[in-house]
Design a protein around this ligand. Structure first.
Ligand SMILES: C[S@@+](CC[C@H](N)C(=O)[O-])C[C@H]1O[C@@H](n2cnc3c(N)ncnc32)[C@H](O)[C@@H]1O
Length: 290
């Protein structure tokens, strides 16, 4: 497990939410000096304060204490020799290939790449692929897969919540990971992805969405704390100013954890148009994510 100091976690989460020390203090009905002391490590929050503080910062007590349990959760699944998600590429990879065939080594970013099946497939097809995941085990396995397939993929461990793209990409891709992003971080993240996409480039993303007729069947109670399903159509709203090539919502069966259940997923492939180009026939702000 990774450990961060509690004061650092509080400071980071507070800034991510755009709160001042004073605003946080007011919510908790305490002095701003108390918040300042926590953040500079000269005092710790009272144990009874932790659940309230976690709620005010839209996080968990575990996270406040520096436990990044999502890491161990996926690390465990990726420990086995076989590939947890199999080796078949996601069908979005084929959609990407149709829209931007790899006639040149176009730059692709795969966020939350897991064990690398999609990143390696796209590299084999001729794209120049960068991929990251929060799971060290996943990245190690992805490196082995790339080596086995004799392709170069720039692979590293990173947390999407801290990650700042260091390049611009033709395609930014992510499958099965966006539900780890709490709602207050989504607008900023999508803005950053859009800014780091070249003109005429694509973002190809999918996300689990909540539906009233689907009961939640996450793999564990702890998982439930970490997951933040999006609302139906929310993803599309963040991209209202891009051209949609794929915009679909599907309910499908799943058997993870050995319990048959259903999920609902929104998938978007959207294109950044050149400045000044108008999109005809696409409604302005459907299901805005804000
Ligand atoms: C459902 S898996 C999908 C993996 C891969 N995209 C695939 O389709 O095979 C979700 C992945 O998101 C990663 N993940 C979870 N939280 C993350 C975070 N904060 N930053 C980066 N990756 C994260 C997990 O480690 C896991 O590999």
């Amino acid at each position: 497990m990774d450990h961060l100091k509690t004061g650092e976690v509080i400071s980071k989460r507070r800034r991510e939410l755009g709160l001042t020390q004073n605003q946080l203090a007011k919510t908790l009905n305490i002095s701003f000096q108390a918040v300042s002391k926590w953040e500079n490590g000269t005092a710790y929050p009272d144990i009874e304060m932790l659940p309230r503080l976690a709620a005010a910062l839209n996080t968990t007590v575990d996270a406040l204490l520096g436990y990044r349990s999502v890491v161990t959760d996926y690390d465990k699944r990726y420990e086995a020799e076989e590939y947890y998600w199999g080796l078949q590429p996601n069908r979005i990879c084929y959609d990407i290939m149709k829209l931007l065939p790899p006639i040149r080594p176009y730059r692709v970013l795969d966020m939350g790449c897991g064990e690398g099946k999609d990143a390696v497939f796209l590299a084999k097809c001729g794209y120049n692929v960068t991929a990251f995941d929060i799971s060290e085990q996943g990245i190690d396995k992805a490196k082995r897969l790339a080596e086995h397939n004799k392709v170069d993929v720039r692979l590293f461990k990173a947390d999407i919540l801290d990650y700042q793209p260091d390049d611009d990409y033709n395609i930014i891709f992510s499958s099965g990971m966006l539900h780890f992003i709490p709602k207050p971080r989504r607008q900023e993240l999508c803005d950053s992805l859009k800014a780091h996409t070249v003109e005429n480039g694509f973002n190809a993303l999918n996300v689990f969405v909540r539906k009233p007729f689907i009961t939640r069947a996450w793999d564990s109670a702890r998982d439930e704390e970490l997951r933040h399903p999006w609302h139906s159509g929310e993803l599309f709203g963040y991209y209202h100013d891009w051209l949609f090539h794929t915009c679909r919502e599907e309910v499908f069966d799943c058997n993870s954890g050995g319990i048959p259940h259903k999920h609902c997923m929104d998938t978007l492939i959207a294109q950044k148009l050149e400045a000044g180009v108008q999109i005809e026939g696409q409604s302005g702000n459907a299901g805005s994510g804000r």
